[in-house]
Structure formats: C-alpha cells, structure tokens
Design a protein around this ligand. Structure first.
Ligand SMILES: [Cu+2]
Length: 192
C-alpha cells in the first residue's frame, strides 16, 4: 500500500537524520546569512516579476490618495517614485483611475525634456506605452492596459497626459537599465 510505503520512507528519513555522520555533514553546510534574504523594499505588492520570461507587470492606481493634491501614481508624484526595469524586458501595466479628486487621468512613458510638457505627447517613448484618451483622460473607475518592450536604455518620465497634470507634478521616473538584473521600485520619502 502506498501509505505503508510512505511511512517506511518517513521512518528511514528520521533514522538517517539521527545518524551521527549525517548530522555532522549537515553542520558543515554553509548557513544562509540574514543579509542574503531577498530585499522586500524594492518589490511592492503591485509589481509582479516573471524573470524566466523577462516580463514584469505593474498595477498602477492614478489618484490613489490625496498626495500632491491627488495628482499621483500609486500615491507618488514629482519624481518621488522610480520604477526600474532591465533593458529588453516586456512591461505590462494595468492602469486604473482610482478616483481621488474625481477627475480624469492618463499615463504614458515619455522622454525627459527640459520643460515638463503641458499635456500628453504623441507618440510615447515606446510603442504602446500609453493609456487610451491620453489628453482627455480616463474617467474615475476606468482602466486600461499598457503593453510595451523596454528596448532603449535611459531615464524617462511616467507622465499624466491630461493638460497641466504633469506640470502639477503628476510624473514619476521610469528607468530602463543595462545594469539592472531585476525590476525594482525606489521611493524617495519626504521629497518636496
Ligand atoms: Cu492626471
């Protein structure tokens, strides 16, 4: 019977672990140090990494809270947040207007310029790196999917294309890195 076989294996395993020679061998194995634990700070719950496929997904809530007068992405504005992805990775975002402030918003990835654009810029830095109704914005509760390949290294803006929102601080950084081996998110606290 399978059950008896399992019991026998468990008993054998227990005996093996209790044998002095095995215990000594286990003690000789290097122990993982606390510093080797994966960092949690760089991996928020709204980021999902699929490393084997070099793909990363972000859940982005526009106007998530009252930060920066509700002009924010996931609560961050004016460059307080930097999303970094390795060069060549496939990026998807599910972008929702969470509704704080009850006004439309949009999202696009654009090249950084000397002056912040007054409204959405066409085309975005990467084909597909924008939500629908870029300038008019998506209404409260509306969502859209963004899908692009991060195929040029550099530092970009994640920007709201509704007029004056970018100038009002509705932008964060989106970095495509030659050096990064995994996506990460960095938050600068108390940035004013
Ligand atoms: Cu906006």
């Amino acid at each position: 019977m399978r059950w008896i076989g399992l019991q026998a294996l468990v008993a054998l395993g227990a005996f093996a672990l209790s044998a002095p020679g095995v215990v000594r061998a286990q003690q000789m194995q290097p122990q993982p140090s606390p510093a080797a634990a994966p960092a949690q700070a760089g991996q928020p719950a709204w980021m999902t990494v699929d490393a084997p496929h070099k793909a990363v997904h972000f859940e982005i809530a526009m106007a998530q809270n009252g930060d920066n007068g509700t002009l924010n992405f996931n609560g961050y504005a004016r460059g307080a947040m930097t999303i970094t992805v390795p060069l060549g990775w496939h990026v998807t975002m599910h972008v929702t207007n969470a509704g704080s402030g009850a006004i439309p918003h949009s999202l696009e990835i654009i090249t950084i310029t000397e002056n912040i654009p007054a409204q959405g810029v066409e085309p975005p830095a990467f084909g597909g790196a924008e939500t629908v109704d870029l300038v008019d914005g998506m209404k409260v509760g509306q969502s859209d999917h963004v899908d692009f390949v991060a195929n040029a290294a550099g530092k970009y803006w994640m920007f709201c294309g509704v007029p004056d929102h970018g100038i009002g601080g509705m932008w964060d950084y989106f970095v495509i890195s030659n050096a990064a081996t995994a996506p990460s998110v960095t938050i600068v606290k108390d940035k004013s």
